[in-house]
Design a protein around this ligand. Structure first.
Ligand code: PLP
Length: 393
């Protein structure tokens, strides 16, 4: 069936690819050993540093975010190494699965999927175990809509006086929520192309600290495709050790330009404004936000808990079929129990208003008990007015 008008892709990644990026990619593929390519390579490798807020190197692989997980681990760790991780959501869990398959010993701190990583627990765990080689933290847990406080986690590691590396998954936060690779003392920040960077899926990234690079020289996990050193050696002249995703790099060059034109602080403020308006809408509907701590609310997506007895996937199917609106599914243990509204990437006030209008209509169409007035509450928030109280149906 043909749907007229624009599809609303409001899942928390892949995000809407802006027309500027689509047009930039619609170019002939060039020789990846040519001087013209080297100029492109150097431009994007340099431009990425600003987005990661680092002076050090950023490498990229033709892969999804999962590849960036693997690259971060195999370059820094050795078989049997102990690592500390936190069960705060589906992506944290999947990263642990990758680590276990690679032969690492993962100590997982349990969680309720409604809170982020507790810095106090990082400190006590590290004090109790001097052997831990790395701490794995998902900055923005995309399955729950919770953003962990990386600077506080860094301070907890320092208070414990522990030498463990800090590896941070920033797949859904980079270029949407502030993340400072250097200033926050992160050793590897990893991400993918399909979220805040506004590109299609297909690129993955590692920003590398001096300490992580030093660790990579003695790390013994097998690595070939993901090895940093040959990548860094080729990158020095703008090239890659194997065929790069040339057309995605055209898109990346354009996306980096767009982020620079808007300015990162403005990008972060825009995400904050749109996220706050979304939370106002959810409260006005009388529904529950997944994230329990206000200081951990995600500015890139909102997870909404379904009222008891209602299936989130049935509700999402109504939104898709009736309104051509894609909302994020509940993942893992939230399957059927929650849905997710993505509000990141190339996104603005009226796109948000359309999205929230779609959610409010779909709640009504699907017979989910919710108050009206969510869109009004969001508009008031966007216009800087105080939150209104919910009006009953
Ligand atoms: C999207 C995402 C990933 C990567 O998933 P891929 O499907 O491999 O690209 C990893 N971590 C987080 C937090 C994500 O949101």
């Amino acid at each position: 069936m043909h749907h007229s008008g624009r599809h609303f892709l409001q899942i928390p990644g892949p995000t809407n690819v802006p027309d500027r990026v689509l047009r930039a990619m619609a170019q002939p593929t060039i020789d990846h050993r040519s001087p013209e390519f080297a100029a492109l390579g150097r431009t994007v490798l340099e431009g990425l540093k600003a987005v990661f807020q680092t002076a050090g190197p950023v490498v990229m692989f033709p892969a999804s975010g999962t590849g960036a997980w693997e690259a971060a681990l195999v370059n820094t760790l050795s078989p049997g190494d102990r690592i500390l991780a936190f069960d705060i959501g589906e992506f944290a869990r999947l990263w642990c699965d990758v680590a276990r398959r690679l032969g690492l010993e993962v100590d997982v701190v349990p969680g309720d999927w409604r809170r982020g990583v507790d810095p106090a627990s990082v400190e006590s765990k590290l004090r109790a175990d001097p052997q831990v080689r790395a701490v794995l933290v998902v900055h923005n847990e995309t399955s729950t809509g919770v953003t962990s406080r990386i600077p506080e986690i860094r301070r907890a590691i320092d208070r414990a006086g522990h030498p463990a590396l800090l590896l941070v998954d920033a797949v859904s936060s980079l270029a949407s929520i502030d993340l400072r690779h250097d200033a926050w003392g992160i050793d590897v920040t990893l991400t993918g192309s399909q979220k805040g960077l506004m590109l299609p899926p297909g690129l993955s990234f590692n920003a590398i600290s001096d300490k992580a690079r030093a660790a990579s020289r003695t790390a013994r996990l097998p690595k070939s495709y993901w090895a940093w050193e040959p990548m860094l050696a080729a990158n020095a002249s703008g090239f890659f050790p194997y065929t790069p995703a040339t057309n995605l790099l055209y898109g990346l060059r354009e996306a980096l330009l767009m982020l620079a034109e808007e300015g990162l602080p403005n990008v972060f403020a825009r995400h904050q404004r749109l996220a706050e308006a979304t939370r106002c809408a959810v409260r006005a509907w009388g529904l529950e936000i997944g994230c329990l701590c206000p200081e951990e609310h995600s500015n890139v997506l909102t997870t909404v808990m379904m009222p008891e007895g209602h299936d989130a996937d049935a509700f999402r199917a109504v939104a898709a079929e009736r309104l051509n609106l894609s909302l994020g599914a509940g993942l893992g243990r939230l399957k059927g129990r929650a849905f997710r509204i993505g509000h990141l990437g190339d996104f603005n006030e009226l796109m948000l208003a359309g999205t929230l209008c779609g959610v409010e209509m779909a709640l009504s169409l699907a017979g989910v008990p919710a108050s009206k007035g969510g869109v009004d509450a969001a508009m008031d928030s966007l216009c800087g007015r105080p939150e209104q109280t919910a009006r009953p149906l």
